[in-house]
Design a protein around this ligand. Structure first.
Ligand code: CU
Length: 173
């Protein structure tokens, strides 16, 4: 336990929910924009995305111990259905100079808050983050609770290697 209170978790859900609301509010506006197509551009060209994005988790930090992925997720949203998350982390070496990581999907919000790996699904083992990284496509419209599974939740809890994604629906293809 520790590191994350229920109230903080609730706040994240509320923030995420409000992001969803903003996106829905933009829907009508984006349709209006689309009706005026072709639009010649200008200073206020809307920034909506059509094609799925590849998002490197943690950006240049990659997937590592002691980086707040909750903050990262809040700053780098919204994330859409069919976007790809890329987890980059060095595989274990024979001289033990790297800290091995992994990627798990936790079953629910409570396990996310407490970093309890019971019932978690392993998406990528310690070697799969090497090279171009491990790719996970967000195909389902459901909350995703990502966490590192190393040391029975210590990386998730103390290492802050966890974040929450509710992929949003894309209004245009
Ligand atoms: Cu880890």
């Amino acid at each position: 336990m520790g590191g994350f209170t229920f109230a903080q978790g609730l706040l994240i859900l509320i923030v995420t929910a409000s992001m969803l609301a903003v996106s829905t509010a933009n829907k009508g506006w984006q349709f209006g924009f689309n009706n005026n197509w072709p639009y010649k551009g200008g200073h206020h060209q809307p920034k909506y995305r059509q094609a799925p994005n590849k998002i490197i988790v943690g950006g240049s930090e990659g997937w590592r111990f002691n980086f707040s992925y909750t903050n990262w997720a809040l700053k780098n949203g919204p994330i859409y259905i069919n976007d790809t998350l890329v987890f980059k982390y060095a595989p274990p070496t024979t001289d033990n100079t790297t800290i091995p990581h992994s990627v798990y999907l936790l079953p629910n919000f409570r396990s996310f808050l407490t970093c309890n790996l019971t019932g978690a699904q392993m998406l990528a083992n310690v070697t799969q983050g090497g090279g171009d990284g491990f790719e996970f496509v967000l195909k389902e419209w459901k909350p995703h609770y990502f966490a590192c599974g190393q040391h029975d939740g210590v990386h998730c809890d103390l290492g802050k290697m966890k974040f929450f994604v509710m992929p949003m629906l894309r209004w245009f293809r």
